[in-house]
Design a protein around this ligand. Structure first.
Ligand SMILES: NC(=O)c1ccc[n+]([C@@H]2O[C@H](COP(=O)([O-])OP(=O)(O)OC[C@H]3O[C@@H](n4cnc5c(N)ncnc54)[C@H](O)[C@@H]3O)[C@@H](O)[C@H]2O)c1
Length: 378
C-alpha cells in the first residue's frame, strides 16, 4: 500500500486495484488552492493537494484551517520525484491544477535558484512523473501570471504600439518612471491580452512563469493533453497569507494602516495594478475546468477585472478605512516592478462565460472583515 511520509500527509492508502481517479492540486494548501478546493469537492471529485507548506507562506508548517477536511494533503515538494511516485500509485489524475510556485517577484532577483527550482524544475518533475506512470491527465490548468508580460504593450503619441524593455536601475534612480515612445514622446499603457501582447518578463519570477507555460505547452503537444493557462493579475482577498512579506501588497497596506502607520507609496504613486478578488479568480478557474479546451488545444487567457487602480489610490482608500495618516509618496522603487498592469478580459469572458464581480472597494472591505476576524489587524 503506498503511503507517504510526514505528519501532515493524509493521502488515502489504497492498493493497486483501488487506484482511483481524482484531481491533483499542486500548491493546494496556498491562498488560491484553499479557496478552489471546496468547489472541487462539491463536484464529487477526490482532491489531492501536493504542497511543501513553505515556511514563508505557512509559519509552523501546519495544515491550513482553510483547507477543507475532504482534501487529502500530501506534504511534499513538487521537485521530489519519489513523492510523485507515491502519489501516482494512489491517484489517477483526471485533472491537474498546477498552483505550486515561489511567488515573490522582488525576492526572485536574489533567490533565483529557489524560484527556478520550484517553478521550473517542479513543473518538469511533475510531467516526467506522469509519463513514468503512464497517466496522462484529461486537462492541465496552470495559473500563470501577468508577470510574463513585463512592461507589456504601450501606445505612443502617433498611435503605434511598442513593447518597452524593463526599466533599468539607472532609469529608476533618476525618478524617470514612465515609458516614452521611440521618439521620446508621451505614451500610455495598453491592457494585456495573451492573444496580442508579447511576453517579455521583467523579473526572474516572470521568467520562471513563462518557462512553466512553455514547458507545459511542449509537453502537452507531444502527449496530446489539453492545457489551459490562466494569466492572473494581482490576486487579493480573504485567505491570503498575512505573514508573507513578499506578496500581497493589499493585505500589507491593511495591516499597516490598521496600526495607524503611514503607508509608504513607491515611485510617484502612479504604478497601476489590476487587483482581482480571490472569488473572481476561483470562479474563473471553475469556469475553465467546466469548459475544458478541445483535445490537443492550448488556450491562454487573462484573469483580472479589466480596471486599473493606482497604488496611491489603493493606499489612500485603505488609509481612510482605518483613519490612518495620509500615505506618503517616497520615490523608492524595486527593480523588476512593472509600471502598469491591467488585463483585457474580453476573450476570457467570451470563452469561459465568466464575469469578474468584485470592485476594489468592495473587495477591500471584504478583506478587512476577514483580517479583523482573524486577529491580524492592529
Ligand atoms: N496571488 C497572486 O496574486 C497570483 C498572481 C498571479 C499568479 N499567481 C500564481 O498562482 C499560484 C498560486 O499562488 P497563491 O497566491 O495561492 O500563492 P501561495 O504562496 O499562497 O500558494 C502557493 C503554495 O505553493 C506551495 N509551494 C511553493 N513551492 C512549492 C514546492 N516546491 N512544492 C510544493 N508546494 C510548493 C506553498 O507552500 C503554497 O502553499 C502560483 O503559481 C502563482 O504563481 C498568483
Amino acid at each position: 500500500m503506498p503511503g507517504c511520509g510526514g505528519s501532515a500527509c493524509s493521502l488515502r492508502p489504497v492498493n493497486s486495484e483501488q487506484l482511483s481517479p481524482g484531481v491533483i492540486v499542486t500548491g493546494g494548501a496556498g491562498f488560491i488552492g484553499c479557496a478552489l478546493s471546496p468547489g472541487l469537492l462539491e463536484r464529487g471529485s477526490r482532491v489531492v493537494a501536493v504542497d511543501s507548506l513553505l515556511e514563508q507562506v505557512h509559519p509552523g508548517q501546519q495544515r491550513p484551517e482553510a483547507l477543507p477536511d475532504g482534501v487529502e494533503l500530501v506534504t511534499a515538494d513538487v521537485t521530489d520525484a519519489a513523492a510523485w511516485d507515491r502519489i501516482l500509485e494512489s491517484v489517477r489524475p483526471e485533472l491537474v491544477v498546477h498552483l505550486a510556485a515561489e511567488t515573490g517577484t522582488g525576492q526572485s532577483l536574489t533567490e533565483s535558484t529557489r524560484h527556478a527550482m520550484s517553478n521550473v524544475v517542479g513543473t518538469t518533475t511533475m510531467l516526467d512523473a506522469f509519463v513514468r506512470h503512464d497517466v496522462l491527465p484529461g486537462h492541465v490548468v496552470l495559473t500563470s501570471s501577468r508577470a510574463v508580460y513585463g512592461e507589456g504593450a504601450w501606445l505612443d503619441a502617433e498611435g503605434n504600439v511598442f513593447n518597452p524593455p524593463p526599466r533599468s536601475h539607472a532609469q529608476l534612480e533618476r525618478g524617470d518612471w514612465d515609458h516614452r515612445g521611440p521618439g521620446g514622446g508621451a505614451a500610455v499603457a495598453r491592457p494585456t491580452d495573451a492573444a496580442t501582447t508579447q511576453p517579455n518578463p521583467a523579473s526572474v519570477y516572470g521568467s520562471t512563469k513563462l518557462a512553466q507555460e512553455l514547458i507545459l505547452g511542449n509537453w502537452a503537444d507531444a502527449f496530446s493533453v489539453p492545457v489551459s493557462v490562466l494569466r492572473l493579475q494581482n490576486v487579493y482577498g480573504p485567505g491570503q497569507s498575512p505573514h508573507n512579506p513578499y506578496t500581497g501588497i493589499v493585505t500589507l497596506f491593511h495591516r499597516l494602516a490598521s496600526r495607524g502607520e503611514t503607508l509608504d507609496v513607491y515611485e510617484d504613486g502612479l504604478i497601476g495594478r489590476d487587483f482581482v478578488h480571490i472569488d473572481d479568480v476561483v470562479s474563473a478557474l471553475h469556469a475553465c475546468i467546466e469548459r475544458p479546451p478541445a483535445a490537443e488545444e492550448h488556450r491562454t487567457l487573462d484573469v483580472g477585472t479589466g480596471a486599473v487602480t493606482t497604488i496611491l489610490d489603493a493606499a489612500q482608500m485603505i488609509a481612510q478605512m482605518y483613519d490612518a495618516p495620509m500615505p506618503q509618496i517616497s520615490g523608492k522603487f524595486r527593480d523588476g516592478d512593472v509600471r502598469h498592469a491591467v488585463a483585457d478580459v474580453s476573450r476570457t469572458r467570451a470563452d469561459l462565460g465568466w464575469e469578474p464581480r468584485w470592485s476594489f472597494e468592495g473587495g477591500s472591505a471584504d478583506l478587512s472583515t476577514w483580517l479583523r476576524k482573524g486577529g491580524f489587524l492592529g
